[in-house]
Design a protein around this ligand. Structure first.
Ligand code: NZQ
Ligand code: ZN
Length: 385
């Protein structure tokens, strides 16, 4: 096992009817900015619950944070925070709203041009406003981690940043808030949490037994609950399991002490930035192809994944790896999520465009061995055609 430090300061408040607890979680004297996305938070009544729980505090709102939140939109929130001297942020939404709030929290107190935060991957964040979240979409884990991904529309640049200063102080996870999600977003959430787990598990053996078993438990849970999560939106226990699984998939726990990959995400981000494909959907395009191309360096873990997650125990090693990749592909396709670029009418031109973006963003040595250079990214993308 590798050396590690693990400290996750985010308080989780989990369960039905927990939004009311905001009245205790947000400081009495806070000057609050509620940040949210499009119409869903208002339509579902969540915003009304939030407003009521905040009582007599000074509260302003900023709506319109789009999926794959843009720097351009978020800078308007930064201006509002500075102008109105707001000192506590509250994100109400999915990963995009939470990521956007993390950017606003850091950018509002940043002395230079805030896009530098994304360009430097967060290394230049010295302080950030405190914030909490009310999660409405289980997928990204942003509610309990220190990462964020922001897009500059002007240049089609989608960049991630990390800082321990942007952990949420608290996150409210009420599984009932997910009942209103469209099926496509539930499917996205299942796939995103699945791939967060494989990014930290499907690498090479590190004698990290409990991390492996945690990861396998998360993957198996996602596969087990998927049919009910899709077909029965108001099944509370299923949604509760989805919500907690997605959080645990990217809150640092399973990634402690193990090698990590993240190439699927880095290639996927370029597909979103160029073609506006939902984040999780880009992962379903890249992962099966990447596992095939990387089958040698990942051989031992692919066999373990096949046996422990998919119960594949017979055949030669290569047959078992083929079967594990095929089961993964079928899982995604069964959720209505395509695994081929052709499903989006993308071909060789897209491969070339993504490679150009990867090069421009310095993504030329990806993966747990840093062996995914542009030539190998090309093989992966061509395997996904
Ligand atoms: O905008 P509204 O109207 O609110 O609708 C949203 C949005 O259109 C809707 N929605 C959310 N909750 C709902 C709901 N509709 C009905 N009922 C509800 N309860 O869902 C749509 C998608 O929301 P979004 O927040 O974009 O989805 P998600 O949570 O999948 O977040 C994706 C973003 O997170 C980033 C992605 O790159 C992408 O930008 N990621 C963040 C990570 C992190 N911070 O650790 C890691 C991930 O790998 C990922 O990169
Ligand atoms: Zn993801």
């Amino acid at each position: 096992m590798k050396n590690f430090e693990f400290h996750n300061p985010t308080k989780i408040v989990f369960g039905a009817d927990t939004v009311a607890k905001l009245s205790k979680l947000v400081p009495e004297t806070a000057r609050v900015l509620i940040l949210y996305g499009g119409a869903s938070a208002e339509k579902t009544g969540t915003l009304a619950e939030v407003r009521s729980a905040l009582g007599n505090r000074t509260v302003q709102e900023f709506g319109g944070i789009e999926p794959n939140p843009s720097y351009e939109t978020l800078m308007r929130a930064v201006e509002q925070v500075r102008r109105e001297k707001l000192d506590f942020l509250l994100a109400v939404g999915g990963g995009s709203v939470i990521d956007g709030t993390k950017f606003v929290a850091a950018a509002a107190l940043y002395a230079g041009e805030p896009w530098e935060i994304a360009e430097r991957g967060g290394a230049n964040i010295k302080q950030a406003l405190p914030f909490g979240t009310v999660l409405t979409l289980p997928a990204t884990g942003s509610e309990m981690n220190a990462g964020s991904v922001i897009t500059k529309k002007a240049t089609h640049a989608k960049l991630a940043f990390h800082s321990t200063l942007v952990y949420p102080q608290f996150s409210i996870l009420d599984p009932r808030k997910t009942f209103t999600l469209p099926v496509s977003q539930v499917a996205n959430g299942l796939v995103d949490a699945f791939v967060h787990t494989t990014e930290q598990y499907l690498t090479y053996p590190a004698q990290a037994r409990v991390q492996d078993r945690f990861a396998e438990g998360l993957l198996q849970t996602l596969v087990d609950i998927a049919p009910t999560a899709i077909d029965t939106p108001d099944d509370y226990d299923t949604r509760a399991n989805l919500m907690w699984t997605a959080t645990l998939a990217l809150n640092g726990l399973i990634g402690a002490g193990v090698p990590q990959d993240w190439a699927t995400h880095m290639i996927g981000h370029e597909l979103t930035a160029l073609y506006d494909i939902d984040h999780a959907r880009t992962l379903a395009l890249v992962l099966p192809a990447l596992l095939d191309v990387q089958r040698e360096p990942k051989r031992a873990k692919l066999l373990q994944f096949g046996e422990r997650v998919w119960n594949i125990t017979s055949g030669s090693d290569d047959e078992r790896i083929d079967a594990a990749i095929a089961r993964t592909r079928a899982f995604f396709e069964g959720l209505g999520i395509p695994t081929r670029l052709s499903a989006y009418a993308l071909g060789q031109d897209a491969v070339e465009a993504v490679l150009k973006q990867l090069e421009a963003h310095g993504m030329t040595a990806l993966g747990e061995h840093r062996d995914i250079d542009l030539a190998r990214s090309r093989r992966i993308l061509e395997a996904a055609l």
